[in-house]
Every structure is written in C-alpha cells, then in structure tokens.
Design a protein around this ligand. Structure first.
Ligand code: HAM
Length: 430
C-alpha cells in the first residue's frame, strides 16, 4: 500500500518547530494588544461570492487560486486571505454601531492553490490586522511603524518598507485608461500573460517580473499623475508622519499588489533576499476604503495588513525556546508507579513541567530520557525510598544529589528551578 502523504503545499508543523511558531505568535499578540487591537476569529470557509466581491473577479487569487466547492446549494471557498471575512463579520454584526473605530487582529491558516516553493505554500498562516473607521493617514503611519518594530523584535534583518498610493476609485479609473492607452500600441512587446492582463487587469502588468514587461512598463504613466488633491494630501501626510517617526521607507510608484480592493495607501515590507529568495515579501497591506460599503455595510474606511508566518520564520533570527520539561519522575519498579504519578501531579500543581516514565524502564534509561527532554531535575523513587517516605533528587546541571523527605521534595525542586531561573511558572495554587 502506498503510504498516505499530506496534500502538496500543505505542511505539518512538528513539535520541534512549534516553539519558534509560538514565540512569533506571542510577540505578535502582545504587540497588537499594545496597539489596542483585539483578536477576532472568523470561519475558514466563506461563500465564494464574498471573495469575488471583496477581492475582485479578475485577480489571480479569485480566478485560479481558490479552493472552491459546492455543498448542497452553497458555493463555498476556503479563505485565501482574512480581510474579506473580517469585513463581512464587521458588516454582519453592525460593529460600527457600537464603536467608532474597530481594531481587530487575527492569526490562522489561509489557502491558495499556488505552485508551492520556498516561502509559498497552499496552506499558509497569516498574522493579520484590520482597522475599520479611521480614514486618516495617521493610522496608516502607525500601522507601518508598528510592523517595523514588530519585525525588529522578531529579529528579522534587512527590512525594507515600500509605500505607494493608488488613490481612490476615480483615480484608478483614470490611470487604468491612460495605462491601456499607453500599452495598447506596445502590446506585441509584452509577455503573453501581460497581453492577457491588458484586457482584464492592466494594473497588474506594472508589477510583472517578466523583463519584457518591465522594459515596456518603464515609460508607462504613473498613478501619481492621476491622484486627486485629497489623495495627494493623504500620501503627503503619511510620509510626514513616517519621517517624524523616523521609520525608513521607499516610495515605489509601481507597487500595485495582487488584490483589487486597495485604495490610497499601499505598502509592502520585504526581508533579506538572501534568506527568502523570490518570496521576500513578508507583509502586504493597505487601505480598502470602499470594501465595507461594497459588502452592503456603511461607508466606513479601512486599512489592514497580513504577514506570512512561515516567511517570518524563515527570515527571523529568533531561536527556539528551551524544549521539554523541567523535571522527570523516575519510578524504579512497578510498586512505586502510583506514588510517582502522585508526586508528578504535585509538581505540576506547583507549575513544574514534568514527565513520569511508567514503562518500567531501568534508571539508566530514564536518566537518558531526562537528558533528551532537557529536564534539569530527576526525582528517583525506588522501593526503599517509598518505604522510608523519601525521594532521591538529582540535579543534573548542578551535579548534586540529595535524599529528601517526600513532603519537602516539591519545595526544594521549585527552589532549585527558580534559582536556576528556568522558565517555570512558580505560582502556587491557593
Ligand atoms: P497578500 O499580499 O496576498 O495580502 O498576503 C500577505 C502576506 O501573506 C504575503 O506578504 C506573504 O507573506 C503571505 N503569503 C501570501 N501568499 C502566500 C503563500 N502562498 N504562501 C506563504 N505565504 C503567503 C493579503 O492577504 C491581504 N489580506 C492583506 C491585507 C489585510 N490587506 C489589507 N488588510
């Protein structure tokens, strides 16, 4: 029988790797909470029509990358990103009636049927956030600055922030017309994909990686020639705030991104190319001031971002936290297993992470296991210890061994671990 394997592009995260994942998630949750964001959890499955309406029909994500299926009469899709679901939830629960500004963060898997490669998967995790109800450039700057600090805390080297403005809906229309006017006579020089996009989504040609397209696009009209006074003022203020915060950034007038909902501010944050290769974009985000109204909600502006968690992990120099347990209880002989389980329960009640070996292993094997688990302390319980009401406590790092009354063992172990400033939650339950 052929062994079953995970779906291509969808990966297991085994316990040896999970420590780094959790560290990043913890730093993320703390940073977002410092900025007033609260966690939201929306479903992994949404109506396909939500993504068509919110992301845009003529985008790679909606056209070719969604996992869509029908169930009875419903056309459903696994979420390819989190913004559409968050906006749907915001509208559905009339959140604007309860608070003028809403700050939500989320973390979880997204699904896109892309060609898998390093940093690009079919199930991947995003750390994202959305702000509803603040249309000003101040929160755009605050968000970008928060992300730069976050990446610093995650020890990501070579961070580069790119910003652009796409203007509002009218600006996009005017720019699109001018772009089509410029590209149409040059269509033969474009790549086949760009030739196709000229008919469907010409803006995307601007960020094509194909050298043929880049050559043509070099002289194309810039969106900045079409920004109206409001767009310009917004972008100028954003830059002013970023300068005041001393947050480094580069204006990239060709930055467009693959989702259709953006208006005005758009940004991307890249990490060191050496580590990430082609998938060097760690964070993508921007304003989408028309989405909430477009989904049948009130006219509420919004901005958000999402970071790819796997990419952050590739880019980050954060080390894995110490693994395993603090202590190991080693019963010698079957008669001592019950007492060993009780002793382990006591240790855990005092916040000491521990394991008990109930397989009847030899002391030597149990010490080897303690080492492998990273346990500092081993509590040995043989039949003679049991009879005398004592425990043999071995500190593997300090290389000391003492015979303690059973009633004193937990306190002594706790003292040893705290003194060694190990990562122990030493709260004693009342
Ligand atoms: P996005 O640019 O499509 O934006 O994705 C954001 C980030 O998710 C990317 O920069 C990348 O790090 C990660 N990512 C995307 N696709 C993959 C993949 N196939 N494998 C691994 N990582 C991936 C959004 O999703 C928007 N919802 C961001 C946003 C929020 N805009 C406003 N609010």
């Amino acid at each position: 029988m052929t062994p079953l394997r995970a779906v291509k592009g969808m990966n297991d995260v085994l316990p040896d790797e999970i420590g780094r994942w959790q560290r990043v998630e913890q730093v993320y949750a703390r940073t977002l909470s410092l900025h007033g964001f609260r966690e939201v959890r929306t479903p992994y499955v949404e109506p396909t029509s939500l993504f068509v309406r919110a992301i845009g029909e003529v985008t790679d994500v909606v056209e070719k990358e969604m996992y869509s299926f029908s169930h009875h009469d419903d056309a459903l899709s696994l979420r390819p990103e989190g913004t559409a679901g968050a906006a749907r939830a915001y509208v559905e629960h009339s959140v604007q009636t309860r608070e003028p500004v809403t700050r939500w963060w989320y973390a979880g898997p997204m699904f896109r049927a892309e060609r898998p490669q390093k940093g690009r998967y079919r199930q991947f995790y995003q750390l994202g956030a959305e702000i509803f109800g603040d249309g000003g450039p101040g929160c755009d700057a605050e968000m970008i600055d928060m992300l730069v600090s976050l990446l610093g805390e995650l020890r990501v080297p070579g961070v580069e922030v790119l910003v652009n403005s796409l203007g509002g809906a009218g600006t996009r229309e005017r720019h699109r017309d001018a772009l089509v006017g410029y590209l149409t006579p040059r269509v033969a020089a474009l790549s086949p994909t760009a030739q196709q996009r000229l008919k469907t989504n010409p803006l995307r040609i601007l960020d094509s990686k194909d050298p043929r397209d880049q050559e043509v696009v070099g002289g194309a009209p810039s969106i900045h020639d079409f920004l109206d006074a409001g767009d310009r003022a917004h972008f100028a203020k954003l830059r002013e705030y970023l300068d005041a915060l001393r947050t480094p950034y580069t204006v990239d007038t060709k930055l467009v991104r693959g989702l259709d909902y953006y208006t005005r501010t758009l940004f991307e944050i890249k990490g060191a190319h050496e580590k990430l290769g082609a998938g060097s974009t760690l964070v993508g985000g921007g304003r989408y001031d028309a989405m909430v109204a477009g989904l049948g909600g009130p006219d509420v502006p919004a901005i958000g971002f999402a970071a790819g968690l796997e990419r952050l992990l590739i880019a980050s120099d954060l080390e894995a936290p110490a693994k395993g347990v603090d202590a190991m209880v080693a019963p010698i002989g079957e008669a001592t297993v019950g007492a060993a389980l009780e002793l382990a329960r006591d240790l855990r009640r005092h916040g000491i992470r521990c394991e008990v070996d109930t397989r009847g292993s030899s002391l030597k094997a149990q010490l080897r296991r303690a080492n492998a688990l990273g346990a500092r302390i081993v509590l040995i319980l043989g039949e003679s210890e049991l009879a005398e009401g004592v425990v043999q406590v071995k500190d593997l790092e300090a290389r000391v061994e003492e015979r303690l009354a059973r009633g004193d063992a937990v306190r002594v172990v706790l003292d040893r671990l705290v003194a060694a400033s190990r990562n122990v939650d030493a709260r004693v339950p009342s």
